[in-house]
Ligand binder design. Structure first.
Ligand code: ATP
Length: 312
């Protein structure tokens, strides 16, 4: 396992407002990392620092093995950034935007044409290739933006709120593209206002609040951190449910279909304890499922807000 992005003690203030107050990161190559945080938490600032657009006031970071402070050029050559400040020129066609990008990456004419044609096809914008980009839908513009980033074949891509404002279908299309990139070994650093997006895509999630990372883990780990989880046990018959109700603390019958709900965090240790207790009493369980709170519950518990961002 190699580390694509690492950071230690990153700090940034604007005037007397501290935006980042010591951020540490270790993001594995080929994984999706999602940074969640309320409006104005500093997600974009973090992306800008790691992509060399803004200098941190303190701390160190390495991106694709290049030190941010001493080798910003090396960092820039390894990364792609798409996001809130799109590189798409609305007056140019999709094809022209991509050709311009190919020019910037010093591809020769033939390579540029081939890459542009491939990307237009792959991102489903070939039919509109000769139309000005400002006639594109929001989803098409995002896809073109990401396609332009891919011209340089970056191994690390920063996606700053890639699906904000997109309809569910376009959002899913974008998720599929991200999944394809990851299967090609690309590392994705994602900021998002959609918990569902982090849940769907991210291997590792960090929640930024008050200038610090207040929680980190997989989506399952984060969900287990807050109360509200329970385990559902399904038994073969009434006798088994009644017997289990008698021995499992806090167990509640769920309707009349031989099902019990038992409060618990769903961890391996808790499940083992539960099953051991049933085993000791010779009660067979038919089915077992773990129900964890969703990321929205986690976010509320951690930051006191029900959604990272609801308006822009
Ligand atoms: N160049 C700047 N000068 C002054 N303040 C800034 C500057 N850039 C960002 N800020 C402030 O820093 C804070 C963090 O901004 P940032 O854009 O990083 O947040 P964010 O988490 O990405 O939120 P959003 O999704 O709303 O952009 C905000 O309060 C913002 O007003």
């Amino acid at each position: 396992m190699t580390i694509a992005i690492s950071a230690s003690g990153l700090r940034k203030s604007f005037g007397d407002k501290t935006v980042l107050d010591g951020i540490d990161l270790a993001i594995t190559s080929g994984s999706v990392f999602a940074l969640l945080g309320p409006n104005g938490a500093g997600k974009t600032t973090t992306v800008k620092i790691l992509s060399t657009l803004v200098k941190p006031d303190g701390g160190t970071a390495t991106v694709a093995g290049h030190d941010l402070a001493t080798d910003p050029k090396g960092v820039r050559s390894a990364i792609g950034v798409t996001g809130q400040f799109s590189a798409v020129d609305g007056l140019m066609t999709g094809e022209e935007n991509l050709m311009l990008m190919a020019d910037l990456h010093h591809l020769n004419r033939r390579q540029a044409r081939r890459t542009t044609a491939e990307l237009l096809h792959r991102f489903d914008i070939a039919d509109a290739a000769n139309k000005p980009a400002n006639t594109y839908s929001g989803g098409m513009k995002r896809r073109l933006d990401l396609a332009m980033t891919l011209v340089g074949s970056p191994r690390i891509i920063f996606l700053d709120e890639p699906t904000t404002g997109l309809d569910p279908r376009s959002r899913r299309g974008m998720w599929q593209i991200v999944e394809e990139l990851v299967s090609d070994g690309v590392t994705i650093f994602l900021t998002t206002q959609y918990l569902e997006e982090a849940d769907q895509l991210a291997d590792h999630i960090a929640v930024l609040d008050g200038g610090r990372l207040v929680a980190e883990g997989t989506s399952q780990e984060l969900k287990r951190r807050i109360p509200g989880g329970h385990v559902v046990l399904h038994f073969a018959d009434d006798a088994a449910v009644t017997a289990a109700t008698g021995i499992l603390t806090g167990a509640i019958r769920d309707g009349n279909n031989h099902t019990l709900r038992v409060p618990g965090d769903g961890s391996i240790a808790a499940l083992r304890g539960l099953l051991d207790q049933l085993d000791a009493a010779s009660i067979d369980v038919g089915e077992l499922s773990v129900h964890t709170p969703d990321l929205d519950d986690v976010f509320l518990a951690l930051t006191g807000q029900s959604q990272p961002e609801t308006t822009r």
